[in-house]
Design a protein around this ligand. Structure first.
Ligand code: HEM
Length: 384
């Protein structure tokens, strides 16, 4: 690591976090997302903007990027944390000193030139037990920890399911993978529950969520970071057959997140288009018969995994999105930028509701879900 990068990284782990924490305490005391016209606030924000800008400018001046991909992605995250904090405190940094570095990094990596949630859960190197955060607030630590654990559990489920196509759904060895996927999806639910139990709603709304907003880099605005920007959840959707890579709505979901996932997740998203679902494989084998013991056992585990995946997404909607975002937003004077990704909150919620109903295979007028096919699997499992 070059000296300027090491200095930037030390600052992000130290003063940057302290300044944000101090500011958040001031906002929280007033129950305000931002405090305009306060000299104490302005002075802290000014320090943050100046110090970060000069440290990043020193890295940029060298016009030299780290050779290995992980270091470049990590550096993009550091610059992104700075820009995310500027956006959060509603100040405009000097783009001419920051944007060229962010853009050079993003071009070399093929990702958006901003920080993503992958910088918080998948590429967040701890030093002495402390990983990168915006603040030292307990609520941020809780959010990042349980969100990160849920992402890891989704990745474990995806990894297990990906082991099944080469074995075939009637293979007794596939039972191991189905059981593992089911257990991992159970973990997603457990971590989400812990998050909902432990995360303070007001703290999340006033002090954590605002760092995830969309922000400008150079001439363009890039949508906010969201906890769903990783590929494993889409692998699970498509392998279970709950979402189709040929559905225009779902194609939009995957295409929208493509620049915001970590570089190693992009080929995973690209592979979705050629993935055959396990649901289709089960229907084929069950229709052809005979129903061997292992085919039956695997099909039952598969149906349980679909149910668990649906339950986690329903939980996300009703116990995370509604209480932590929709309800507090309804009680706050209208602000156009309350959601992370930019579109009005009602549009974000509607998109999430559609995804939820696809994942939960609900019967919903005007929406083609996997429900009839799952019911058919169930029916084929009944003794004939
Ligand atoms: C307080 C906690 C959370 C809140 C308020 C929340 C809210 C949201 C919102 C509003 C979106 C829509 C995108 C946007 O921001 O515009 C979203 C997307 C998403 N969130 Fe969360 N979320 C939370 C925690 C989590 C956790 C723990 C996970 C588990 C990994 C998760 C997984 C996802 C996924 C996968 C998506 C993308 C939609 C998709 O492709 O399925 N979220 N979330």
């Amino acid at each position: 690591m070059s000296q300027p990068v090491a200095d930037l990284e030390r600052w992000i782990r130290g003063e940057f976090t302290e300044l944000n924490t101090e500011l958040e305490e001031l906002y929280f005391t007033e129950k305000a997302i931002i405090l305009a016209g306060r000299s104490d606030v302005d002075s802290l924000v000014d320090t943050l903007v100046r110090e970060g800008e000069s440290l990043i400018a020193r890295v940029a001046e060298r016009q030299e990027l780290p050779a290995d991909q992980d270091s470049r992605y990590e550096l993009l995250g550091l610059v992104g944390f700075y820009l995310g904090a500027c956006r959060r405190h509603e100040v405009e940094p000097d783009q001419s000193r920051i944007a060229p570095l962010a853009l050079a990094l993003s071009t070399s990596l093929g990702v958006a030139p901003r920080f993503s949630s992958a910088h918080q859960h998948l590429h967040n190197r701890a030093v002495g037990g402390a990983f990168h955060t915006f603040t030292a607030l307990d609520s941020e630590r809780i959010f990042l920890t349980y969100n990160g654990l849920a992402v890891m559990a989704y990745r474990r489920a995806a990894h297990a399911l990906l082991g099944i196509p080469p074995l075939g759904v009637s293979n007794p060895l596939a039972t191991y993978h189905f059981s593992d996927a089911l257990a991992a999806l159970g973990n997603v639910m457990a971590y989400s529950r812990t998050l909902a139990d432990e995360l303070d709603r007001d703290r999340f709304f006033y002090n954590i969520r605002p760092y995830f907003k969309s922000y400008r880099v150079g001439r363009s605005e890039y949508r906010g970071a969201n906890a769903g920007d990783f590929a494993a959840i889409n692998t699970i959707d498509v392998l279970l057959g709950l979402c189709s890579p040929h559905d225009p709505f779902y194609q939009w979901v995957a295409a929208d997140k493509y620049p915001y996932v970590a570089p190693e997740d992009q080929p995973v998203l690209r592979a979705l288009a050629t993935t055959e679902s396990l649901l289709a494989a089960f229907l084929r084998e069950l229709e052809a018969g005979p129903v061997s013991l292992s085919l039956r056992e695997n099909a039952e585990l598969f149906l349980a995994a679909c149910k668990q995946h649906g339950a986690a997404t329903v939980f996300h909607h009703h116990r995370l999105v509604v209480p932590y975002l929709e309800e507090p937003a309804a009680n706050t004077p209208s602000r156009p930028d309350l959601t992370a990704s930019g579109p009005p909150l009602a549009v974000v919620i509607e998109t999430l509701a559609r995804l939820r109903d696809l994942r939960a295979a609900r019967e919903r007028p005007g929406l083609a879900t996997a429900r009839p096919y799952l019911d058919r699997v169930q029916q084929l499992l009944k003794p004939r």
